[in-house]
Write a protein that binds this ligand. Structure first.
Ligand SMILES: Cc1ncc(COP(=O)(O)O)c(C=O)c1O
Length: 479
């Protein structure tokens, strides 16, 4: 009985080591702590630890305790199995999310070429300034950790956001703004406030996968309307849909759409607002890439022309300042009170330290310079990436022409399966986002999205060449 017990403890700890809970060279809990945790004698724990030593899992260091030693090597390659065609009961969105989880986790590894997640590398973020700001805040205002920034969020930040909204063509009072946990949270709040389970919501196709997920968890029905690579959502199909279906809301990205990079022309924006007015439709505007347009003058938001308060504006600082800070906002118009009540019920308050650090960064005037620099770098990366694709990818490959942001949408010959490319590339530590993640009907099996906000050097060039060769090989296999 006692033997089983120490073995059981040893097995539990070994499993935790294998799962990466305790990393190599880190200390595992002391004998005394483990004896309390498992409610066993110190002698039993010592037996368990000796067994772990025999197995080569831990090693005792005199006076210091027990440390994780080494493990029999397991494959370091990235996950490549997906369940896109999954179990019969798996919904389409669930299988997209399974795929996404794998891709996003794979893209976080330090030794991969990260073309997958829509996250800029640190080089393109003002990390040094934020570091100074957070340090200064903790030194001079440590009480910031002991304070709640109750919904609608920090006043200093909302003031800065109101100032920036002017560049987007929007006269916004501080009271109109609610701080959120990133843009994803803003989109979810907007949907929650304006729809009920079972309602229909128009989305762009291809769509940002977070929108598919939000619609799914709220029990809403997505209606996918084609989004052109240059001009955005197809308003003729949009209108036809409204003529035959009662739709509660639509989610659109008028500036630098993810994944196509499309920016809607002024006429299309006017028409969209008129349709929303005629069919009594809420427009949820996702402007998360709005400040990253390559043109000299920032494109206005749809919200700028929202005379009838039909638009809920959502954005964040994730793409241009600090994805990890999770600071976003929305301007809720007629739904502001409801949205604030929802935000308050869900999270009460938003993080003080990160909001204040961003507000300080915006206040000191360095943001515009930072934006100019990154937009310039993204344009250079884009040109280099497209030139390499033209050189190495199959001849029929077509690239989008983003006018902002850092995402390239690549259409491969019809017979190529982007999921297979993802799987083979992952084995060579290159991660891309396969097109299957951007729609509900496998329309984008031959597309992939490339994030080009990463330091571009010979190894990045090489990674694009490898992707090209994989596509060529897949093409020959299927033709
Ligand atoms: C179009 C779009 N909207 C919203 C989000 C979510 O942004 P955040 O990270 O601020 O939640 C993303 C992130 O990739 C995005 O691409």
């Amino acid at each position: 009985m006692e033997k089983n017990l120490y073995e059981k403890i040893a097995n539990t700890i070994e499993q935790q080591v294998r799962e990466g809970i305790y990393l190599p060279d880190t200390k595992i809990p002391s004998v005394r702590k483990t004896s309390k945790q498992f409610d066993v004698s110190v002698a039993t724990v010592l037996q368990a630890y000796r067994l772990l030593e025999d197995r080569g899992i831990i090693k005792a260091r005199p006076q210091k305790g027990y440390f994780v030693h080494s493990l029999p090597k397991r494959s370091q390659s990235l996950p490549t199995q997906t369940t896109m065609t999954g179990a019969p009961h798996t919904s389409k969105v669930t299988s997209i999310m399974t795929l996404l989880n794998q891709v996003l986790h794979a893209s976080q590894k330090s030794d991969v070429t990260q073309f997958a997640a829509a996250i800029p590398k640190g080089l393109y973020l003002p990390i040094r300034q934020l570091q100074r700001s957070v340090g200064r805040l903790m030194r001079l205002e440590p009480e910031i950790c002991a304070t709640y920034a109750f919904t609608p969020g920090s006043e200093v930040l909302r003031r800065q956001i109101a100032i920036r909204m002017l560049d987007a063509g929007c006269q916004t009072a501080m009271e109109d703004i609610t701080v959120t946990l990133g843009c994803q949270n803003a989109l979810l709040l907007a949907l929650q406030a304006t729809t009920q389970r079972g309602d229909k919501v128009i989305i762009e196709s291809p769509a940002y996968h977070g929108v598919l997920q939000a619609i799914d968890v709220l029990g809403l029905q997505a209606i996918e309307i084609p989004c052109h690579r240059e001009t955005g959502i197809d308003l003729s199909s949009f209108e036809q849909e409204l003529q035959k279906t009662k739709v509660s809301a639509c989610i659109v990205t008028p500036n630098n759409q993810n994944p196509t990079g499309a920016t809607m022309p002024p006429g299309a924006r006017k028409r969209l607002l008129a349709l929303a007015q005629r069919y009594d439709l809420v427009v949820i505007e996702d402007d998360v890439y709005g400040e990253l347009g390559y043109a000299e003058q920032r494109e206005h938001a749809l919200k700028a022309d929202d005379k009838d308060q039909q638009v809920i504006y959502c954005s964040s600082f994730s793409k241009s300042i600090a994805p990890g800070f999770r600071v976003g906002w929305l301007v809720g118009g007629a739904w502001q009170d409801k949205i604030e009540a929802l935000a308050h019920a869900q999270s009460l308050a938003s993080p003080t330290l990160t909001q204040t650090a961003i507000a300080n960064f915006l206040e000191n005037g360095a943001y515009d310079r930072h934006l100019r620099k990154t937009r310039q770098a993204y344009q250079e990366n884009l040109a280099r990436c497209v030139a390499l694709i033209q050189q190495y990818f199959p001849e029929q490959t077509k690239c989008s022409q983003p006018q902002g942001g850092f995402l390239l949408w690549v259409e491969l010959p019809e017979s190529i399966d982007a999921l297979a490319i993802y799987q083979h590339a992952a084995q060579q530590n290159i991660v891309i986002m396969p097109g299957q993640a951007f729609g509900l009907h496998d329309r984008y099996h031959n597309y992939l999205r490339i994030n080009y906000a990463l330091p571009w050097d010979n190894s990045t060039d090489n990674a694009i060449r490898v992707l090209g060769e994989l596509c060529q090989a897949n093409l020959h296999l299927t033709s």
